[in-house]
Write a protein that binds this ligand. Structure first.
Ligand code: GCO
Ligand code: MG
Length: 426
């Protein structure tokens, strides 16, 4: 086994259910021994393909796949300039595939390689979104009936683009307050696929509708479930501080992305003024952004996107750092984390004592067919299948039947703007 080598590094692109997924497959000189990893960056997938094919592949062929730490460290600095979603996702694809291979070699699931299970299954949260309060409530009730206990709630703000709600396109007739622009806002064409719609966003109406939603859910469904909410960094920081105080009464499980990473320091202000639990991290790329947040206990839930920071190798170290400060993990798990990425999340969820919650985007049927061994969710928990490695595979023939579709702007997100035309963070 000591002369085992990486024979090839390949990228598999597939879009079974309208999300462009990027998977890296590492083949070894041992016939049938391979691993897969998630390198999905939906806004710039082809840039990741180039990072893998043009740079990592030639760098890695011939190396021993057992040397995960050495491969991670040497690949990380092989571009000299490092971090960022393209290079880190490419590296994650390789890294997760190597853990998958190591698990297969050891005949153990990856959580066993990490030291074994700290729990049997991972509690997940699901997303209840709607155009109005009733729709969000109905969806939440349907989830509760299926055994889910943690529900993220988002409602459309009438007339405005709203993160996390479908049909979130501005409607001029419903907008309130002073307004300047119209011509910079995309005129949507119904034949085109938009990765993420733009539109007009104003913080005050959004805050009003979000607070109205929490009030409604507590008044109708009650206090026996946990509710979560994602601000998605859109509002000016001082309004974020105020929002964190206002929502204290609704006892959220967590309030997510209250500020952009560029405004990390505002979390200090929030900490001094309220005990609303704070979740942050999906936009972090590098240790420089993350370590101060953990060591100063400025957040309660570390929500890093594992492929975004370069895979399981850095993520498990981050989990250990968080443990020392009693910060819980809540690894990012939206639809644009592939099922392979969800399987990787699960490996850490099971092994980490300071696990908090796992975000879960329900896998559609076609996605489940393309990825045999997709983590199973039952009774509000994600369960491991006990198979060696990450426990998941990709059916390449089927994956090829779902090639990437054309999108407006190549899949880049459209611009969200204030009513005066200024750009808003997503
Ligand atoms: C979440 C996220 C996602 C992101 C998406 C970006 O909390 O699930 O905010 O919905 O917006 O992953 O591509
Ligand atoms: Mg989020």
């Amino acid at each position: 086994m000591s002369d085992l080598q990486i024979r090839d590094v390949r990228v598999i692109l597939t879009e079974p259910d309208n999300i462009r997924l990027v998977i890296v497959k590492i083949e070894t000189t041992e016939p049938e021994l391979y691993g897969i990893g998630c390198a999905t960056f939906t806004q710039r997938p082809t840039a990741v393909v180039s990072a893998v094919n043009d740079y990592l592949r030639p760098f890695l062929i011939g190396k021993n796949p057992a040397d995960i730490e050495d491969i991670w460290q040497s690949s990380y600095v092989s571009s000299y300039w490092r971090n960022g979603p393209v290079l880190n996702n490419a590296l994650s694809g390789v890294d997760q595939a190597l853990w998958d291979i190591k698990g297969k070699l050891a005949n153990m699931p990856v959580y066993d390689l990490f030291g074994g299970k700290a729990r049997d299954a991972a509690a997940v949260y699901v997303h209840s979104t709607g155009d109005d309060l009733q729709e969000v409530e109905d969806r939440a009730r349907a989830f509760i009936d299926q055994g889910f206990h943690y529900i993220r709630v988002q409602v459309a703000t009438p007339g405005y683009a709203t993160y996390g709600s479908r049909g979130a396109v501005a409607d001029d007739s419903l907008q309130t307050g002073p307004r300047v622009i119209t011509d910079r806002v995309t005129k949507f064409d119904s034949n085109t696929i938009y990765a993420h719609p733009g539109g007009i966003f104003e913080p005050r109406p959004y805050i009003k509708s979000a607070l109205g939603l929490f009030e409604h859910i507590r008044a109708t469904i009650g206090w026996d479930i946990e509710i979560l909410h994602d601000v998605h960094e859109r509002i000016p920081p001082i309004m974020g501080v105020d929002l964190a105080k206002e929502v204290e009464q609704y006892k959220l499980f967590f309030l997510e992305d209250l500020f952009a990473p560029e405004d990390n320091d505002y979390f200090r202000m929030v900490r001094q003024q309220t005990s609303t639990p704070i979740a942050m991290g999906e936009l972090y790329n590098s240790p420089h952004e993350i370590i101060p947040m953990v060591k100063d206990r400025l957040l309660d839930f570390m929500r890093v996107h594992i492929s975004q920071i370069g895979g399981l190798t850095p993520a498990r170290k981050l989990a250990a750092l968080c443990e020392a400060f009693n910060v819980r993990t809540a690894w990012h798990g939206p639809g644009d984390t592939s099922p392979v990425g969800h399987a990787a999340n699960l490996m850490l969820d099971l092994n980490t004592i300071n696990f908090g919650i796992q975000e879960y985007a329900i896998f559609q049927e076609r996605t489940q067919e393309v990825f045999p061994g997709c983590p199973e969710v039952r009774g509000g928990y994600m369960w491991p299948n006990g198979k060696p490695g990450l426990g998941i595979d990709v059916d390449e023939e089927l994956a090829a039947k779902y090639p990437f579709k054309e999108r407006a702007f190549g899949g880049a997100w459209d611009t969200v703007r204030r009513a005066d035309g200024g750009v808003v963070r997503p």
